[in-house]
Write a protein that binds this ligand. Sequence first.
Ligand code: ADP
Ligand code: MG
Length: 261
Amino acid sequence: MNASVQHESKTHQAVLRVQGISKSFGDNHVLKDISFDMQKGEVVSLLGPSGCGKSTLLRCINWLEIPDAGHIRLNSERMGYAVNGTKVGDAQLSKMRSKIGMVFQHFALWPHMTVLENVMASPLHVQKRNRKEVEQEARAVLKRVGLEDKINMLPSRLSGGQKQRVGIARALAMKPDILLFDEPTSALDPMLVGEVLEVMRDLAAEGSTMVIVTHEMKFARQVSSRIIFMDSGHIIENRSPEEFFDNPQTDKAKTFLHSVQ
Ligand code: ADP
Ligand code: MG
């Protein structure tokens, strides 16, 4: 092992390192020098007023959005770049991305594929893994989210809560190192929110590393190891849930908590 590789493995033990990320859309400076680390098994809820840049930050983490400055490191590997600092090609990027599971507000399921096929698609076509093994694992993750009896249905036959559980199963099927949730329950009828939160709660209890953008404050408080609160493109609080909810330090966080609770 050469000296630089040794150095990397010693200094970057976090699962995720977000280092100095900035991102603008034209004149709109959305993310301003955002940095934080996540250790294995941590659950971070990313909170903040609408438009403060939460989705943009999640999209920068998996390189769906290319930051203007800064680095994202996943298990010390730099997203989008090879060890020698050159940009990686599409194949290598999609391999890196496959270590980051993303769950979207609007599910983004393939309408023409069954539940099982939806969950198998990326392991088969992105990870190019063996079909038999992929199918076995897909069945197992669908069982884990309580949908073993829906595997042959098309998404259009499912409720919103069931669709989102397929979305979670699909992310899990890639065996990601980290899961990113962007308002996973915001599009659901209130009655269906609980079943999705319950699956997420189980994942957290099993030690999954997760970043969650959510409006469910009670859930965020119960499930998170840390709250990161953003305002106007900056992280202005990064503290335990008890500290954040019981004793917010900034006026912006106080105003936010009044508006959502
Ligand atoms: P949040 O998820 O916290 O509500 P977003 O990250 O979606 O915030 O958006 C932050 C800001 O960036 C908003 O002003 C939004 O209009 C802008 N924005 C997000 N994505 C794009 C894009 N692709 N092109 C232009 N502006 C964008
Ligand atoms: Mg958003």
